[in-house]
Design a protein around this ligand. Structure first.
Ligand code: SF4
Ligand code: SF4
Length: 92
């Protein structure tokens, strides 16, 4: 893996968002607001724990999903604002 550095050359290990635990996510949207990369998407979750569109009538509550994980730059901003500790980040 290539070495990652900040602008001044300080070593930096990316923390890519891999997954979100839908059992603990409350769909608050804070992570969505801070992500500049279009990685996240709010979805609904049904009574049977099936993901549905946010405006689907079967949506019992909202959860955040990793819609485009390949666009993540590993900035870790989403983890910093999540009060539920429901995200998993990885460095590769
Ligand atoms: S780590 Fe940064 S780029 Fe990746 S999903 Fe979180 S806020 Fe977006
Ligand atoms: S900040 Fe945490 S609890 Fe809120 S929507 Fe994002 S992952 Fe879910």
């Amino acid at each position: 893996m290539a070495e990652n550095v900040t602008r001044d050359g300080t070593p930096w290990t990316p923390k890519y968002l891999e997954s979100i635990d839908h059992a603990t996510c409350i769909g608050c949207g804070r992570c969505f607001k801070v992500c500049s990369r279009g990685v996240l998407e709010m979805k609904g979750i049904s009574e049977d724990d099936v993901l549905v569109d946010a405006d689907d009538e079967d949506a019992m509550r909202m959860v955040m999903t990793v819609a485009a994980g390949g666009l993540c730059i590993g900035c870790n901003a989403c983890a910093m604002v999540c009060g539920k500790n429901c995200q998993t980040h990885v460095s590769e």
